[in-house]
Design a protein around this ligand. Structure first.
Ligand SMILES: [Zn+2]
Length: 208
């Protein structure tokens, strides 16, 4: 068996272990070969892949298929991380990014592989890997607030659009206030003069 790159070979090995419900240890991170041994004590399962001379192609050189260990009945596998989740579910998370929550990722991974995924790994895969790729990073979106204010005032003259930053704390964004002219006029001329306050909490990476 052969794989075009070492990354694809690693991915294949990870998926193979997850599907077959065992974990491996790799004694060294080497650029030209992958050696992996079953993590269970005294279990003989092992494999070795090696790069072909002057090529990127990886070739299976040796495999001992016998296991003397038992699969984890609790359905945990530490080889399942955010990267693996993204490789398996990126299209699904991207397509349904508004409604596909970390708990849905946990259910889908259990359905696909019969494994338990931690909430943190599911959250990390969705927020830090897929959504950041889709919408650029969260930090970058905060940098666009001055432009947002400018565009609101350009398209809605006489509106209120202000924001503030904490100059002593690395210019950190603190507040944003937007009140559109149409809403302000409607409130003053048509509504009873009652002001109601409610809270709105920020979720995801930066809460508040
Ligand atoms: Zn084993």
């Amino acid at each position: 068996m052969e794989w075009p790159t070492i990354q694809e070979c690693r991915r294949y090995l990870t998926k193979y272990c997850i599907i077959n419900k065992f974990e491996v240890r790799k004694p060294k991170n080497e650029g030209y070969r992958i050696r992996a041994y079953c993590k269970a004590e005294e279990c003989p399962w092992m494999t070795c892949f090696r790069k072909k001379p002057k090529e990127f192609t990886m070739k299976l050189r040796k495999i001992v298929l016998e296991h003397t260990c038992y699969a984890d009945p609790l359905e945990h596998n530490c080889m399942v991380d955010a990267n693996f989740i993204v490789e398996e579910l990126e299209d699904q998370i991207t397509l349904h990014h508004k409604t596909f929550k970390p708990s849905d990722i946990q259910k889908q991974m259990f359905y696909n592989f019969h494994i338990e995924v931690s909430y943190w790994s599911a959250w990390h895969a969705r927020a830090n890997k897929v959504l950041e790729k889709l919408f650029r990073d969260y930090d970058g979106s905060y940098r666009m607030i001055p432009e947002l204010r400018k565009q609101v005032l350009l398209s809605n003259p006489s509106s209120i659009a202000t924001y503030s930053r904490d100059m002593e704390n690395g210019n950190q964004f603190t507040r944003l206030c937007i009140a559109l002219k149409g809403s302000l006029t409607g409130f003053v001329t048509r509504c009873r003069p009652i002001v109601g306050l409610d809270g709105c909490f920020l979720k995801r990476k930066y809460g508040g």
